[in-house]
Design a protein around this ligand. Structure first.
Ligand code: 13P
Length: 250
């Protein structure tokens, strides 16, 4: 059985003050979350502070990005070993905002996946189509291409050391959630594509859904057989809303 996972991607939001309040709220209700592993991914500058505030809790720490190189002249970047200094267990790689705003391509995302994995950090590989691609009926082609870049570099079994997040770009921050059936279709496609090469990896890898998940729609989404939890943006900035999403993971 795959353990459900709910990760909050705070993106570029928050302040020292608001993050303390958010974590206090999450910690207060954490004992009501029975099944899900809970992860928060703060902006880099707050990672140290968040680590301290999460000490002694079951919440894991993740980063929103990671550099694929070990060290050196990469101004503004953060390496895997730096993340390990703060017990970061997860790193989001290939978020659609990184791909579309900062020009990360499939090869670079695969390299980031590899770097995180080599360091013992679980990469959360984001895949997903833009609206135009869904309308053209090429969702599966896009997701397959993004997935295959990692498989080509690392081999299919490597996926079992990470997590996949299906985030249809048209559903991110728009309030338009994929229907549970639409999401399940793509999740099943991803799992079947992996299963063709490795049944064990397909069985093990957690596939999260992301895109306008809220407390109200999480139960239906998470009840789908191939949806193993969520990657949550906006709703992860509200402790009560985030906790209710975590409670919905079964
Ligand atoms: P929203 O939940 O705000 O739609 O964001 C989803 C997302 O991009 C998580 O990585």
């Amino acid at each position: 059985m795959r353990q459900p996972l709910v990760a909050g991607n705070w993106k570029m939001n928050g302040s020292a003050e608001s993050i303390k309040l958010l974590l206090d709220g999450i910690k207060k209700s954490l004992d009501t979350v029975s099944k899900a592993e809970v992860v928060v991914c703060p902006p880099y500058v707050y990672i140290s502070e968040v680590q301290a505030q999460l000490a002694g809790t079951t919440v894991s720490l993740g980063s929103q990005n990671v550099n694929e190189h070990g060290a050196g002249a990469y101004t503004g970047e953060i390496s895997t070993s730096m993340l390990l200094d703060f017990q970061c267990r997860y790193a989001i790689v290939g978020h659609s905002e990184r791909r579309s705003i900062y020009g990360e391509d499939d090869a670079q995302v695969a390299a980031k996946f590899a770097a995180a994995r080599a360091a013992g950090i679980k990469p959360i590989l984001c895949v997903g189509e833009v609206l135009e691609e869904r309308e053209q009926g090429v969702t599966e082609d896009v997701v397959a291409r993004q997935l295959d870049a990692v498989i080509a570099l690392e081999g299919v079994d490597a996926l079992a050391d990470g997590v996949i997040a299906y985030e249809p770009v048209w559903a991110i921050g728009t309030g338009k959630t994929a229907s549970p059936e639409q999401a399940q279709d793509v999740h099943a496609f991803i799992r079947n594509r992996i299963a063709r090469q490795s049944a064990a990896a397909a069985e093990k890898v957690q596939i999260l859904y992301g895109g306008s998940v809220k407390g109200a729609n999480a139960p239906e989404l998470f009840s789908m057989p191939d949806i193993d939890g969520g990657l949550i943006g906006g709703a992860s900035l509200d402790a009560d809303e985030f906790i209710s999403i975590c409670q919905a993971a079964v």
